[in-house]
Write a protein that binds this ligand. Structure first.
Ligand code: MRU
Length: 369
């Protein structure tokens, strides 16, 4: 997608050095655009854990490239199978909630184990990481095509007047290599000339909405307005939200949706106001094991200082500012789970379905257990 008129993805192999994988340092956006080269597993894990990269599909793709880098750095004399197992475990434990990480790393591991000749592992890992990355890009493009008619229908009902879409966190191309999940239908509608406007939840504590979603929509020219996380309910009560589209870090095969904390409250407000609430996701984000998302999806708690501090640009410097009294403790719950009953529908690479075991199974009979 667009960065100052130049086409970028959120992760790509360095064109001059195939042993370096480039990422955008998302911690610095929107005020600085910097890229970082990953050359080994330690740096890759640091990038995932410290959120240089974030968002479920991008974390998955980064994990896949991490396995490739571990193959590049395998030393002579190591037991390759033991080494592969240890490296994969290290990478897939970097963050707990996004299921894509485990999915991508285990796909890499299986592919390598299927290769009898260990000499081929570097090449095989490269090919598989490219495949995973390209598949996620295509999945997101398809999500855009399947979500587009929903926006077109609202636009028709409103006689072409602005369609107002609310989104939470960043489920845009920055979170997904390209296109995004929640943003894919929005970009598709905008590119087709529909009049769309996006309410962007700022998404405390790290403000992925205000910082990342607002930035990438702005780079593409999509009209948008940043709102506080608590403003959505009011806007819905006053008819100013036509639909909600969010992404997800893990959705159970029964339709419960884990996403950035605050999503659940948006779903409740949407239900109370008859606003359709859609979740956009590639199938790599579906958890085929867990039945009850509220009880069983592991929810990451993060550094309390993310709640206590606010980061931004002041006087040309990037600064952190302390908000509460210095000694007040904080709790930083990073995700919440929206029960399936509050979700109008899922937008996937294979089309729309109900957020239910039957709905998901009907679209993905080959992946269901
Ligand atoms: O903690 P983050 O920034 O990795 O948050 C994850 C997310 O980006 C979101 O929850 C997003 O809405 C779903 S992932 C496309």
């Amino acid at each position: 997608m667009n960065v100052n008129g130049k086409w970028y993805r959120a992760i790509w192999p360095d064109e001059h050095d195939p042993e370096t994988i480039q990422i955008i340092d998302q911690r610095k956006l929107p005020h600085r655009f910097e890229t970082v080269g990953l050359t080994n597993v330690e740096k890759t894990i640091q990038a995932i854990r410290e959120m240089y990269v974030r968002g479920a599909p991008l974390i998955g793709a980064t994990g896949a490239w991490g396995v490739y880098l571990s193959m590049v750095n395998m030393e002579d004399g190591q037991d390759p199978h033991q080494y592969l197992k240890t490296e994969c475990l290290k990478i897939s434990s970097a963050r707990p909630t996004a299921v894509n990480l485990e999915w991508a790393v285990s796909a890499m591991e299986k592919t390598l184990l299927a290769q009898e000749n260990v000499e081929n592992w570097v090449k095989t890992a490269w090919v598989k990481a490219v495949e995973i990355t390209e598949a996620e890009v295509e999945n997101c493009r398809q999500i855009g095509q399947h979500g587009l008619p929903l926006i077109e229908e609202i636009s028709r009902k409103r006689d072409g007047k602005t369609v107002n879409i609310l989104t939470h966190c960043n489920a845009g191309w920055l979170a997904c290599v390209d296109h995004g999940t929640a943003t894919a239908p929005i970009y598709a509608a905008f590119d087709k000339g529909l009049d769309v406007h996006v309410w962007v939840d700022e998404t405390r504590p790290l403000n992925q909405g205000a910082r990342l979603t607002a930035w990438e929509l702005g780079q593409h020219g999509v009209p948008h307005t940043v709102i506080t996380d608590n403003a959505g309910g009011h806007l819905m009560q006053h008819g100013q939200v036509d639909m909600v589209i969010v992404g997800t870090d893990r959705t159970t095969h029964t339709g419960d949706v884990a996403n950035k904390v605050g999503t659940y409250l948006k779903a409740l407000a949407a239900r109370d106001n008859n606003v359709p609430f859609y979740v956009a996701l590639p199938s790599s984000t579906i958890d085929w094991e867990i039945e009850d998302g509220v009880k069983s999806i592991p929810i990451e708690t993060r550094d309390p200082d993310e709640v206590r501090m606010v980061w931004g640009l002041h006087d040309k410097h990037l600064v952190d500012v302390l908000v509460p009294p210095e000694n007040s403790p904080a709790l930083n719950i990073a995700f919440d789970v929206t029960p399936a009953r509050l979700v109008t529908g899922l937008i996937t690479e294979r089309g729309l379905c109900k957020a239910s075991a039957a709905g998901i199974r009907a679209l993905f009979p080959d992946l269901s257990k």
